[in-house]
Design a protein around this ligand. Sequence first.
Ligand code: 3EB
Length: 349
Amino acid sequence: MRDQGRELAAGAVPYSVVYLDAAATAAVLADDRTLAVIGFGGNDVPTADPRCCQLALPELGGNRTIEVWRGRPPVQAGRTGELAFAVSQDTLFMYRHLAQADYPELAEATVVAYRQLFAFSRQQGYPHLLRVWNYFPQINQALTGLERYQAFCRGRYQALAEVMPAFESHLPAASALGSQAGGLVIYALASRQAGLQVENPRQISAFHYPRQYGPRSPSFSRSILQSWQRTLHHLYISGTASIVGHATCHRQDEVGQLQETIANLEALLANANRLVATPFRLILLKVYLRQPAALATVQSRLSERFGTMLPTVYLQAEICRRDLLLEIEGVALSNGIAGDPGRLLPAAG
Ligand code: 3EB
């Protein structure tokens, strides 16, 4: 991540995101650039520091990783009601944990959380949600007639519709995964400037999935391209799975699903590359596996494709469709070299 660090120091990107060993947590929290520290495994009970977000997703492979976001100092962190936040110039990090006991109904919990995210981010002057992560237990269970993932989609849709009349053109990149325990955890990155929604030509926009997947559309974009400068862009890649069109491919076949997911990631990157002068390079991957036993195979195939130097964290999680065995998200960077004229991006919708 040397590139990112240099750009952050030079003021070219408003923040960076890296994976570090959890042993560095105390030092990271003492750093006045730290916006967020995401930890994996254990329970999801919030700790005192508003920048710390713990996910009840076990890390696979024997490492103890934290995901660290750094902004330009000074970072101001705090809580407003139940919402934790950290803000630094161009970016706002928000984190909300809702305990199951306080919000037994998932659709309602989701509406409450998203209303708070939108209200606070607008009030602070960061109205554009770029990237949202959503985690809650029993994602594939139908406890009230509706599968919990579908109930979540209903709540998210309702909150978005309340806030924005034409929200289809304001969909963030997202991930939604089943955790092992705990409540609903949502964390998000928001900005002053809107990003650009970039879809995947191999997949129907999730917002236009047919009704068989639930009464309310999954309201997310396949990716968001955010330009911090004319020649410096982040691509936030949503959770990507073995879906072509709208259908799951390679049921019960981990290797098949992985190959299809890689094809989807490549198609998405190629589509985003049409908008920038310098191709996107992946800087981080996060891999969610339903079955921990698939780890070794997935690891070796991913390093065949992306090399062994790409920082990747592997987590055990339930994927939102029962027939999906894995999902991969990531962040990519396009940084034009000096003198590179870049290419003008179309205005965001
Ligand atoms: C899919 O492509 C797989 O509802 O926020 C991936 C990323 C998925 C985000 C979400 C769902 C979400 O439909 C599932």
